[in-house]
Design a protein around this ligand. Structure first.
Ligand SMILES: NC(=O)c1ccc[n+]([C@@H]2O[C@H](COP(=O)([O-])OP(=O)(O)OC[C@H]3O[C@@H](n4cnc5c(N)ncnc54)[C@H](O)[C@@H]3O)[C@@H](O)[C@H]2O)c1
Length: 424
């Protein structure tokens, strides 16, 4: 089938790069978002999210007149849904956005169209949630129009490159749908395109993130054990990883972001009786910020009234994304324990969290402090020279939760050094 017009619903971290990439490849694209302020700013060529290279790509796409931004869908050959799939407090997937995006397509759906769901979703969502909504059009899925599930597996910070180079899974509700999906993504994907069923594709995405979550959970548990038995977990991991079949990940203050900390719950929700390992790993990682706070309490004797400088709030290094960030959770728990917290997030200096003083630069963040707490391994924070900042801060204690600082160098500069997973 020929694709001339593509309608992308949801213009966030996934939808905006996808829409812009199709547009710069020469296709007519309408990007749709229900948030009026996002539509307004994008129509002026201004971005609401930060991702390397994205600003130029969007500008190029808009200037080429191939990308239009709108608040509602139009008639198109293909519809791509890239809306959020958060979860409720009860750890259940919230499919409200997927449902409303699908409903908004119904009046525009025509024979021969392709509908793609990219949003991370629980198993069977494509067949049991998306298809019944689309069939309200009076057309039959798999006969009159095609439906695929194609998960996005890009790494924030590398989205534009990975969108094109990564292998892509296309899961069709039938073989024709999978073939149509493959034809669409062949427009720009250079990585291998694998076709399978919609439910397999849903599972692949969830399995990848669950695998990562469980591996981080064991690293975090090793950090706690190292602390208990008086050894350095970083040294132990390094030695263990010399084994040719062992690859232990790094421990840290927890697991965050919109994917790894959320997706495993979709499997637990879908099959609670057979997923004890997945649930336990999630709980281990969710408890990790509190383990960090407990260690800080031991180091400082008390948290009440202590001035703590939290360095980094993003959920991982070198991104501006604070969603589900364990660093934010650590900061909030410190605040609840009566600590006086100043935070510095180099990628979001203007950000505000209730009750937290946000510094606009490093010097301001560290000047009045009892302890410097490294929460995110941002390059900018990793390279802090302890000798250089010694005179700029009143702090003489540091706690590194991510293995970002060389303890010897910090000790030699005059700091008392503590590291997660290292008994001092
Ligand atoms: N961000 C990532 O790195 C990443 C990676 C892989 C998968 N995913 C998945 O991709 C999906 C999208 O994630 P994101 O990070 O782009 O989300 P996002 O929050 O950055 O963007 C989603 C956008 O969808 C808009 N929206 C909500 N309902 C809509 C509707 N009915 N019609 C049109 N627009 C609507 C929102 O206003 C928002 O701008 C999620 O399921 C996520 O889990 C994200």
């Amino acid at each position: 089938m020929a694709f001339e017009t593509i309608c992308v619903l949801g213009l966030g971290y996934i939808g905006l790069p996808t829409a812009s990439t199709f547009a710069t490849a020469g296709y007519k694209v309408v990007g749709v978002d229900t948030n009026p302020s996002i539509v307004y700013s994008l129509q002026k060529g201004e971005l609401h999210i930060s991702e390397p290279g994205l600003s130029k790509l969007v500008k190029d796409a808009i200037q080429s007149k191939n990308l239009a931004i709108s608040s509602s869908p139009i008639l198109a050959d293909a519809f791509i849904i890239a809306v959020p799939t958060p979860f409720y407090d009860q750890k259940k997937a919230d499919l409200t956005f997927v449902r409303s995006a699908a409903e908004s397509i119904v009046p525009f759906l025509r024979r021969g169209n392709l509908v793609v769901l990219e949003s991370t979703s629980p198993p069977l969502t494509t067949n049991e949630v998306l298809v019944p909504i689309l069939e309200k059009s009076g057309l039959k899925a798999g006969e009159d129009f095609n439906v695929v599930y194609s998960p996005e597996r890009v790494l924030p910070g590398q989205i534009l490159r990975e969108l094109i180079e990564n292998a892509r899974v296309i899961g069709g509700i039938n073989a024709d749908s999978a073939a149509a999906g493959k034809e669409l993504y062949q427009i720009f994907v250079k990585g291998e395109i694998i076709t399978t069923t919609a439910t397999t594709a849903e599972m692949v995405k969830l399995m990848e993130n669950t695998y990562r979550d469980i591996n981080i959970a064991i690293a975090n548990e090793f950090a706690r054990l190292a602390d208990r038995f008086g050894i350095d977990v970083w040294e132990a991991i390094q030695i263990a990883n010399l084994h040719p079949r062992v690859k232990i990940l790094n421990p840290g203050p927890g697991v965050g972001g919109h994917c790894i900390s959320v997706d495993p719950w979709f499997l637990v929700e879908a099959a609670t009786d057979i997923t004890p390992l997945i649930r336990t790993a999630r709980q281990v990682n969710d408890e990790q910020p509190h383990f960090v706070v407990q260690k800080l309490n031991e180091i400082l004797g008390t948290l009440a009234g202590k001035k703590i400088t939290a360095l980094g709030l993003a959920y991982k290094p070198d991104v501006d994304d604070l969603r589900e960030s364990p660093a934010v959770e650590v900061v909030q728990a410190l605040l609840a324990a009566g600590a006086d917290v100043t935070a510095f997030e180099p990628f979001k200096p203007g950000f505000s969290i209730k009750g937290i003083r946000m510094a606009s630069n490093l010097a301001e963040a560290i000047s009045e402090s009892d302890l410097l707490l490294l929460l995110v391994n941002h390059t900018q924070l990793k390279v802090i020279d302890p000798g250089q900042i010694l005179e700029q801060t009143t702090a003489r204690i540091v706690f590194d939760t991510v293995g970002g600082w060389n303890p010897q160098i910090w000790q030699d500069a005059g700091f008392e050094v503590h590291r997660l997973g290292r008994a001092d």
